[in-house]
Design a protein around this ligand. Structure first.
Ligand code: FAD
Length: 394
């Protein structure tokens, strides 16, 4: 075991996965988290077979199973008509193809599972209320100055502070993330409050002009996760109140009654403004690198942001183990392996965001192509769900 610690800034899903992966390779790790407590927001998250494989390698997949729901299919439907256009069956053929099941889970259960696994490892120290403010590299060490005034020394630093990572600003310096003009409203409601029972055991997405809706059950089917997104017309025209609750109602007004009726399941108290960044090639500098949303924030349309962060964690630890104490070399190898796969997720997510939200002739084309798909042959998803290839190829 190395004597000094690797510092991980940010104790979200990515940071904790990184701590766990590095600890499992015998490294000592300290997680510096800005918030006074380690935690996650109370909504659902989707996990494909690519990440299930990674979670197994981190030794947490089994422990997450009781809290997971395994949908029967991923369905795409037209939001104006409620017509089911296509489905990816998640049964035997899917399992045989990818080796792992697709599951959905409450974020707190996923984050909590990773946190528990971290707590059980003597190599990992967790430091809440230690937001990274700045860092400098000095004589084979990285010195982090925290917002609370503490100075922490490590042999390397992994910036996993999410979308507005200060470590990214120091390394990449690309300023504010790109606003997509998309706004998300969410809600988790008890299953008995859900009027419509069909497709109860699926993850269904309805796509419509400038909108989409996602629904799936969580926690043994006892609650349903609802995500309603709009591509704000006000944002595009520069009008005020972009993405406000009345615009949500306005854009959903033309949808099928089932779809617009589902707006009663999302809270108006808060919305999420979606951002991403253009892929970059320089997220590593010496003994410092980035991971997860800090490195390659993506829109939600492939449901892969957290999954990429977990894949990052596993690859990072592999490269650190392979390079011994040579962090600059390990981090460059890690970045090289992750760069194109994560860039593909970022750019494909933008494409799917457009594709879900089209109208007119584009909607006709989308629907016809979707209807023609084979349910047991996941559409364009092989590169994603097969996961990391042993040689890092896409
Ligand atoms: C609507 C929506 C739906 C989504 N659905 C999915 C999905 O189904 N599947 C999926 O895989 N992904 C999904 N994502 C993406 C996913 O939520 C993110 O990609 C993921 O949470 C990124 O994890 P992270 O650990 O990199 O960053 P974060 O989750 O942002 O965690 C960063 C952590 O760093 C801390 N922090 C911040 N600043 C500092 C600092 N200065 N010093 C120290 N700590 C700091 C924060 O408090 C936080 O704990 C979705 C995103 C959205 C918006």
């Amino acid at each position: 075991m190395s004597a000094r610690e690797i510092l991980v800034a940010g104790g979200g899903i990515g940071g904790l996965a990184a701590a766990l992966a590095l600890a499992r390779k015998g490294r000592r790790v300290r997680v510096l988290e800005k918030a006074p407590e380690f935690g996650e927001i109370g909504y659902g998250i989707q996990m494909g077979p690519n990440v299930a494989r990674m979670l197994e390698r981190l030794g947490v997949l089994k422990a997450l199973e009781p809290a997971s729901v395994f949908p029967e299919a991923l369905i795409f439907a037209d939001a104006l008509t409620d017509e089911e256009l296509t489905r990816i069956s998640l049964g035997k053929a899917f399992l045989a193809r990818y080796g792992y099941r697709y599951f959905v889970i409450h974020r707190r259960d996923l984050h909590g599972g990773l946190l528990e696994a971290c707590r059980q490892r003597p190599e990992i120290a967790l430091s809440p209320s230690h937001g990274l403010q700045s860092f400098r590299e000095e004589k084979g060490a990285v010195l982090v100055t925290c917002e609370n005034g503490a100075e922490v020394e490590g042999e390397a630093l992994v910036g996993a502070e999410g979308l507005r990572s200060p470590t990214r600003q120091a390394i990449v310096g690309d300023g504010a993330p790109r606003m997509a003009g998309h706004y998300v409203y969410r809600g988790v409601v008890p299953d008995e409050e859900i009027a419509e029972r069909s497709r109860a055991h699926t993850m269904t997405i309805w796509g419509g002009p400038d909108l989409h809706l996602v629904q799936y059950r969580l926690r043994g089917g006892t609650v349903m996760n609802n995500v309603a997104t709009i591509a704000s017309r006000r944002f595009r025209s520069g009008a005020p109140e972009a993405g406000a609750p009345d615009e949500l109602e306005e854009i959903f007004a033309q949808t099928h009654p089932r779809v617009r009726g589902s707006l009663r399941y999302v809270s108006r108290e808060r919305n999420w403004v979606l951002h991403d960044r253009d892929p970059v090639t320089n997220w590593t500098a010496g003994r410092v690198t980035l991971l997860g949303d800090a490195a390659h924030p993506t829109l939600q349309y492939l449901a892969q942001g957290a999954q990429m962060a977990i894949e990052d964690a596993v690859v990072l630890a592999e490269k650190v183990a392979a390079a011994g104490g040579d962090y600059p070399c390990a981090f460059l190898a890690y970045q090289r392996e992750r760069m194109n796969r994560t860039a593909r997720v970022v750019l494909s997510s933008r494409f799917f965001g457009e594709w879900f939200h089209v109208d007119g002739g584009a909607r006709e084309l989308r629907n016809e192509l979707a209807r023609g798909r084979d349910a047991d042959n996941p559409w364009e998803a092989d590169w994603l769900y097969r996961g990391i290839q042993p040689d890092g190829r896409l």
